[in-house]
Design a protein around this ligand. Structure first.
Ligand SMILES: *[C@@H]1O[C@H](CO)[C@@H](O)[C@H](O)[C@H]1NC(C)=O
Length: 255
């Protein structure tokens, strides 16, 4: 008798299990469901890149290239970037007692902070292809990268407040004249320094190279009130700034 009830119980739970499996939403496969879980997957990938949980990726996962292309060319990307700059303005309105002695400083990245590389990545798979440095440098030499409008506007606002602007970029020193020309074409002028990577910096990781560049500024007595960059390597490491701001970029990762 006892053995029988165990058997019946086992049979019942098996049936319940099967019925439950039938109602398990995850087991319901349809085309739409696949598309929406891919979208969720790729958006999670993107947000975890921004959160710096996913580091050092070489290329955007192939199945997410379309998602990243869509985001980087969307009004959402523009809105996200504009919001970041709005937060910078809010911070600046109360953070800092600017002394106006020529030692108040602000740091910007160049690529995908002041200038957009999206026209390049449009032709090169939005980060889905491994970067070919030769082709990328040839593109940068054309000095055609457009400005990010919200960054351009902010650049001039802060310059007009008397803050010294320093550009610290991981571009090579050999691209100096092309970079200056591009910045001017795009509407930037009046920066106080443009640091580019020389041969001696090549053995360093970008993050270390950028920290060293900031150290040189603090040694000269500059107070670095903020950094705006699209890479974590632009804001990590010491010395830092009073506050740092990250712009979205899920096409590539520089460490
Ligand atoms: C980069 O592109 C150039 C020009 O197309 C090609 O000759 C070279 O082999 C490429 N380099 C790599 C590492 O793929």
């Amino acid at each position: 008798m006892a053995r029988n009830s165990v058997f019946i119980l086992a049979l019942m739970s098996l049936c319940i299990g099967l019925a439950a499996a039938d109602w398990n939403i995850l087991s319901k496969k349809s085309k739409n469901r696949d598309a929406s879980s891919l979208k969720n997957y790729c958006e999670s990938w993107r947000i975890n890149v921004e959160l710096n949980n996913i580091k050092d990726f070489e290329v955007v996962p192939q199945e997410c290239v379309d998602h990243i292309r869509h985001y980087m060319t969307s009004s959402q990307y523009t809105a996200d970037s504009e919001r970041a700059i709005e937060e910078v303005r809010l911070y600046l309105s109360s953070c800092c007692s600017l002394e106006g002695d020529g030692k108040d400083a602000w740091i910007f990245d160049v690529d995908d902070t002041l200038l957009s590389t999206i026209p390049y990545y449009k032709k090169h798979g939005f980060g889905g292809e491994k970067l070919n440095a030769t082709i990328f440098e040839a593109w940068m030499k054309q000095s055609k990268a457009p400005a990010l409008d919200h960054a351009l506007k902010f650049f001039h606002e802060i310059k007009d407040k008397g803050v010294k602007i320093f550009l610290i970029s991981s571009r090579s020193e050999t691209l100096r004249s092309a970079t200056v020309e591009n910045l001017i074409n795009a509407g930037y002028h009046g920066w106080s320094g443009l640091t580019l990577r020389g041969l001696e910096d090549d053995f360093m990781k970008v993050q270390q190279y950028k920290s060293e560049a900031r150290r040189a500024l603090t040694k000269e007595g500059y107070r670095i009130w903020g950094i705006i960059g699209d890479q974590w390597s632009s804001v990590e490491g010491l010395p830092s700034a009073r506050r740092t701001f990250k712009l979205p970029n899920s096409m590539y990762y520089l460490s």
